[in-house]
Design a protein around this ligand. Structure first.
Ligand code: ZN
Length: 262
């Protein structure tokens, strides 16, 4: 694949980086990334992945743009209130970078469709806002051998990690269940719509997720696999904690109990 003149100009600030260069840019253009959720995390992630030239971006979201989304979901415009989020995100991406092929999946991610959906992509990014999707993606990506870059938000805080426990050559890497073996009981952790979220915090974590996705595609620097980054906007601080594969993990441990998504 040869870059066109317009691509040389568009991606000039990537091409000048020795660690990216022509070969890296071509890798990005050939990459296929699935972003789950075109919401607070998905919006900045999709914008940066599209701007960076990630060639094929899948978007899963079954929701419509609501006026209350616009405080943080910066890929959606006021005039698109009521439109499908996948359509609205695809329209913005087309305006940012016509190089990008967008695959819209206006559906809810379920145990029945998750394996088929993730199979078509190289890297999966979780921008969902609920525990059932988070565990479903963790389990499915482990079983399918996919890299998962996951972010989460609550009020003034965010967190980020990368899971690649199922990826060949990375079997020592922990999964999300190594940290938290099972979802919290329903109702014990407030959701974003109940607890609130400072909009720009979604921008911080979603942008970090886009950065980690690009690093995974380019095998650049240190992966966030085995590390959990915690951001507290009120104290203005980042903290990173290391964690290891739990031999008793029900998914990636020595005697796994989970062998299919449910
Ligand atoms: Zn695990």
């Amino acid at each position: 694949m040869e870059l066109t003149d317009a691509q040389f100009e568009r991606y000039a600030r990537h091409l000048i980086l020795d660690e990216v260069g022509d070969a890296g840019q071509e890798k990005l253009l050939q990459a296929r990334v699935l972003v789950v959720g075109a919401g607070g995390l998905g919006a900045p992630m999709l914008l940066y992945l599209a701007a960076a030239g990630v060639g094929t971006i899948g978007i899963i979201d079954d929701d419509h743009v609501d006026l209350s989304n616009l405080q943080r979901q910066v890929i959606h415009m006021t005039e698109r209130v009521g439109s499908a989020k996948t359509q609205s995100a695809a329209a913005t991406i087309a305006a940012v970078n016509p190089d990008i092929v967008v695959e819209q999946h206006a559906t809810r991610l379920t145990a029945d469709n998750v394996m088929a959906l993730i199979n078509d992509y190289d890297v999966i990014a979780d921008g969902s806002d609920n525990f059932s999707t988070r565990y479903l993606l963790n389990d499915a990506c482990h079983l399918a051998g996919k890299t998962l870059v996951a972010g989460a938000l609550l009020r003034f805080e965010g967190q980020l990690s990368t899971f690649r426990s199922g990826v060949s050559g990375h079997q020592d890497a922990p999964c999300y269940r190594c940290l938290f073996p099972a979802p919290p009981a329903a109702g014990t952790v407030p959701r974003c719509d109940e607890a609130g979220i400072l909009g720009a915090v979604a921008g911080v974590i979603g942008t970090l997720q886009a950065t980690e996705v690009i690093k995974e595609i380019l095998s650049l620097g240190d992966s966030m696999a085995g590390r959990l980054m915690l951001y507290d906007s009120l104290s203005g601080s980042f903290r990173t904690v290391k964690f290891k594969r739990n031999p008793e993990c029900p998914l990636c441990g020595d005697a796994p109990q989970i062998q299919a998504v449910s």
